[in-house]
Design a protein around this ligand. Structure first.
Ligand SMILES: O=C(O)C(=O)C[C@]1(C(=O)O)C=C[C@@H](O)C=C1
Length: 97
């Protein structure tokens, strides 16, 4: 990690990380759309067991990296909720459900 000399430099680094985060979320979203094509029902699209497993995994990762697990849980809950809705919309579009 870079040792910054000024607040301006810190903010430039934060901006770069924010761009990377958004790019990664967009990439995750594209995989969500691929996932829809492997599913045969709305129950499969909204797979509660898998959602729980994802959330548990990222909570454990947050603890390992010393980041608030509650913050990570909230971020992932919001992100997955939105992605499930968009996966359902895509599923309905492609299956005329
Ligand atoms: O793993 C899947 O089946 C996905 O579609 C991905 C994902 C996720 O966002 O992680 C989204 C919807 C599912 O309900 C479960 C998990």
């Amino acid at each position: 990690m870079k040792e910054c000399k000024t607040l301006q430099e810190v903010r430039e680094e934060i901006d770069k990380i924010d761009d990377e985060l958004v790019e990664l979320i967009a990439k995750r979203n594209r995989y969500i759309h691929q996932a829809a094509s492997f599913k045969n029902s709305i129950e499969e699209v909204k797979d509660e067991d898998r959602i729980d497993a994802v959330k548990q995994r990222v909570r454990a990762k947050a603890i390992e990296l010393d980041v608030s697990p509650n913050m990570i849980s909230e971020l992932f809950t919001k992100m997955i909720d939105e992605m499930v809705e968009s996966e359902i919309a895509q599923f309905r579009d492609t299956t005329n459900f």
